[in-house]
Write a protein that binds this ligand. Structure first.
Ligand SMILES: [Mn+2]
Length: 427
């Protein structure tokens, strides 16, 4: 057993439900939200043939459980002054509800663990596992003892409204987001792994980049690269935008033929072991920036370097929050360079600077909260000037450390000379 646990500890992408980390997260949540029970529904098996089954990420964060149809119920640590202390202390603190096995369905999507399987506790990491059909009666009895329930909008809130319409329903997303914002070492390793695979994908794209190719060829090489590295899917729809498309922030048709003299924005990254990365580089299709492209590029890079240099605990990522990294990047852009009409460039930086990265590429967070060591964010300034067909975005994944920052995607060049040198090595 110890060997198995060590194996999981060393290979974070295989962080199984039995890892103690999931139980620790649940315990933290139970101790923080002492005023109500927590009810979370996992994702269901759907008929969607496009994407396959993926667990809901809050559910995954708290359980590590990756089979469909599960339900999680947590009861708070009993309060010593509570008159119902004895009764509440007897309750299980954590219950995982699992659907019964359906052999006809298992022919299509494979063997599942059922609530009465002998190994259910060892496999799930839960001492108490009950059949999903007992969920409603169990919830009804718990609701007699607790006034409030934390749930995510949707199925859980509907079930609570039906079973106990007078209870207070609180949003579970906020307290879970507070936990999710601070990454554990295993999570940071998983993000690093997704980042390393994404870096290799960008290098693969640079090796085939040339005028006359289609954007989708670049996207194909990149997704193929990280899937061949063992990543299950893209962290988001790949964005490969050339020329005019470089100025569309989330362009994802990837259908245009690239021309000489154009820049190509590649905002493409992998999800590996359930954790996302998020990297953007902008390169010249023919291997050489024009003087104007380079001028704009260097302003974006300068803004990014200024913001990354300022990353440390206590800073914030909101546009209007105090000690804002966004403001540092915006001010840099707005005080360097001009558009064709002699106006400053701040108005062409049209999106936020940063978001958290984790299980979701735009990870659960509250952007008003000051950064802490262990948080992982992007730093991604951009300038988009449609009139000049120039869109430049440079995006890196940054770990906040005690003293500052570590750029997890720093192995991929962003310097324009280094990019031109790398492109010069194309076949
Ligand atoms: Mn991003």
């Amino acid at each position: 057993m110890l060997r198995i646990l060590l194996f999981f500890a060393l290979v974070p992408e295989l962080l199984g439900a039995v890892s103690p980390e999931f139980a620790q997260r649940r315990e933290k949540l139970r101790k923080e939200e002492t005023d109500g029970i927590v009810v979370l529904f996992g994702a269901k098996e759907s008929e969607d043939l496009h994407f396959g089954f993926f667990q809901e990420n809050n559910f995954l964060y708290l359980t590590g459980w990756e089979e469909p149809g599960a339900i999680l119920v947590l009861t708070p640590e009993p309060d010593k002054g509570d008159p119902a202390l004895v009764e509440k202390a007897r309750l299980p603190r954590e219950i995982l509800f699992l659907p019964q096995r359906v052999p006809s369905q298992e022919k299509w999507t494979g063997r599942k663990l059922g609530p009465s399987d002998a190994n259910v506790a060892a496999t799930t990491g839960f001492t108490v596992v009950m059949p999903a059909e007992q969920f409603e009666s169990k919830l009804r009895s718990l609701l007699e003892m607790y006034q409030s329930v934390y749930a995510l909008p949707g199925e859980a809130t509907a079930a609570i409204a039906r079973l106990a319409p007078l209870r207070t329903v609180l949003d579970a997303a906020a307290p879970i987001a507070r936990l999710r914002m601070e990454k554990s070492d295993a999570e940071i390793s998983a993000i690093q792994r997704a980042t390393d695979a994404s870096i290799e994908a960008h290098r693969a794209a640079w090796r085939i980049m040339k005028p006359g190719e289609f954007e989708y060829e670049i996207a194909a090489v990149m997704t193929g690269s990280y899937m061949m590295d063992g990543c299950r899917r893209s962290a988001y729809a790949p964005i490969v935008g050339s020329g005019p498309n470089s100025t569309t922030l989330h362009y994802s048709r990837n259908s245009r033929r690239m021309d000489a003299g154009e820049v190509v924005v590649m905002d493409v990254a992998a999800e590996c072991g359930n954790y996302a990365s998020d990297i953007t580089r902008t390169v010249p299709a023919n291997g050489h920036f024009t003087a104007r492209q380079r001028e704009i590029y260097e302003i974006v890079l300068g803004a990014q370097r200024a913001a990354i240099a300022a990353v440390k605990p206590g800073m914030t990522i909101g546009k209007k929050t105090p000690d804002s990294l966004y403001k540092i990047a915006y001010d840099y852009i707005d005080t360097h360079g001009k558009d064709l009409h002699g106006e400053s460039l701040g108005k062409y930086f049209v999106h936020g600077l940063s978001h958290h990265v984790g299980l979701d590429v735009h990870d659960a967070s509250d952007t008003r909260d000051p950064l802490k060591a262990g948080m992982v964010i992007t730093v991604e300034p951009g300038i988009y000037i449609p009139e000049e067909n120039i869109g430049i975005r440079i995006e890196d994944v940054v770990l906040v450390t005690e003293k500052g920052a570590k750029v997890l995607s720093g192995a991929l060049p962003a310097d324009p000379d280094e990019i031109e040198r790398a492109l010069a090595q194309r076949k």
